[in-house]
Design a protein around this ligand. Structure first.
Ligand code: NAG
Ligand code: NAG
Ligand code: NAG
Ligand code: NAG
Ligand code: NAG
Ligand code: NAG
Length: 377
């Protein structure tokens, strides 16, 4: 009997291989081949800025848009940068073996047909402690990794994980398993105020406090025994804007009680903005100077919002606080660093001199991550 399904898949794969390579140099359409190297992972959410990125500071560009300019393949591959698609899978179908294998097949075909190099899993749904879904998710990642590594040499699969294990934001995933079956984990070391249980602490504060970020990494490497060489430290290139219900002499900004996954207070009370937006607020609208909170290492300032007539407090990271995180990644011998997201900077040709300098400074700060000597020995 003819297996029509395999035949169909086979024909599809032929079509993809002979598809139109957008690059003058056809070798740029092959998946990137590199030896083992450190990672700098950038998440792309806009189709407009890719020509302006600093490709010396990127090794993997994760595409979070539904499509991209095919010329990006030529530029990225010529600069030894991998392209990975952000991927999500319906949690309700985690136990459906048929749906899983169809989805995995579709992802591999998508990577092939677009001359890209891999998949980045961004599942952020909650999975209850002890649920079989945690194993099924690991299984899904394994199925994809197995197939894509066979069919696309040089391809990579990464998984985005919370700032710490085991159950941050109700995400009780099998972190050890995910590390084992993927090429690396992208640790999202931000949104640390997503669950605040003490209502006395329902105040604006740092998005990515350095001591807790370090503790989260320690949890992954010590408690869960995940090799540091499997971890990429993801930092925020975005800021939080909180409306203050009240603001005292110590700059304590009380915020509205907005619950999240079982906690009565969360950073959902704030609004996320791009780095460049908050820098502009600091230059134009701030009513205080830029301050550093010595307890969390976060940058903050107040401004008067003309829209609602209220005082707001901004919390953010900037090159001064980011290099401390990049140094942490170096010190812990992590696989790399990365950011959410790369389009938070001002790349427009009409950008002000200050905004343009901010963009340069943010890219330059990434140079701080480096491979330590003992490691290259
Ligand atoms: C399992 O997935 C297949 C393929 O997507 C679908 O046709 C089927 O309805 C799913 N089964 C259930 C119980 O959802
Ligand atoms: C680290 O893991 C332990 C054991 O699971 C847990 O009790 C602790 O809260 C975790 N620490 C952090 C900072 O998440
Ligand atoms: C401000 O901080 C000082 C020193 O920590 C403390 O003594 C004072 O009570 C604080 N004021 C308010 C309004 O919280
Ligand atoms: C943090 O510490 C520095 C140096 O000790 C100090 O100048 C600064 O005022 C402190 N920041 C705040 C917000 O207290
Ligand atoms: C910041 O100041 C500018 C110039 O006064 C104003 O146009 C803008 O609306 C202000 N932004 C906010 C968010 O209040
Ligand atoms: C630059 O131009 C863009 C699009 O033309 C516009 O949206 C933006 O506001 C401009 N920025 C400045 C700083 O003038």
């Amino acid at each position: 009997m003819v297996d029509f399904r395999s035949l169909f898949v086979f024909l599809l794969s032929i079509t993809f291989v002979v598809g139109d390579c957008p690059c003058p140099d056809e070798s740029l359409c092959r998946p990137l081949q590199t030896g083992s190297r450190h990672e700098k992972v950038a998440f792309m959410v806009s189709k407009d800025n890719w020509r302006a990125y600093d490709y010396n500071q990127i090794t993997t560009l994760v595409i979070c848009t539904d499509s991209f300019d095919p010329q990006l393949v030529c530029l990225a591959h010529s600069r030894q940068v991998r392209l990975a698609w952000l991927a999500n899978y319906d949690v309700k179908q985690l136990g459906n073996v048929t749906a899983r294998s169809e989805w995995v097949r579709a992802q591999v075909n998508k990577v092939k047909s677009t001359y890209t190099d891999g998949i980045n899993f961004d599942m952020e749904d909650d999975i209850p402690d002890g649920s079989i879904m945690a194993d099924q998710y690991t299984q899904l990642v394994q199925e994809l990794t197995n197939l894509i590594h066979i069919e696309i040499s040089g391809s990579m699969v990464s998984v985005d994980v919370a700032w710490s294990a085991p159950c941050i934001d109700g995400r009780c995933y099998d972190y050890q398993g995910l590390a084992r079956v993927s090429d690396f984990l992208f640790v999202m070391a931000y949104d640390l105020r997503s669950q605040i249980y003490d209502l006395n602490d329902c105040i604006a504060s740092a998005n990515s406090p350095i001591a807790r970020v370090a503790a989260g990494l320690t949890n992954y490497t010590q408690v869960f025994e995940i090799a540091s060489s499997k971890l990429v430290l993801g930092v925020p290139w975005y800021c939080y804007d909180y409306t203050c219900l009240s603001l005292d002499v110590n700059q304590t900004c009380q915020i509205q009680h907005v619950p999240f996954r079982g906690s009565p207070c969360s950073d959902a009370a704030g609004t996320q903005h791009d780095y460049q937006y908050c820098r502009q607020l600091l230059r134009v609208n701030a009513t205080t100077t830029r301050m550093i909170d010595n307890r969390t290492g976060g940058v903050f300032f107040d401004y008067f919002n003309q829209g609602d007539g209220k005082t707001h407090q901004i919390w953010m990271d900037d090159p001064e606080t980011l290099v401390i995180k990049y140094d942490l990644a170096t010190d812990r011998r992590l696989l790399g660093i990365g950011m959410w997201h790369v389009d938070a900077l001002d790349y427009s040709p009409n950008a002000t001199k200050e905004a343009r300098q901010d963009t340069i400074d943010m890219w330059n700060a990434m140079k701080r991550f480096h491979v330590t000597e003992t490691e290259t020995n």
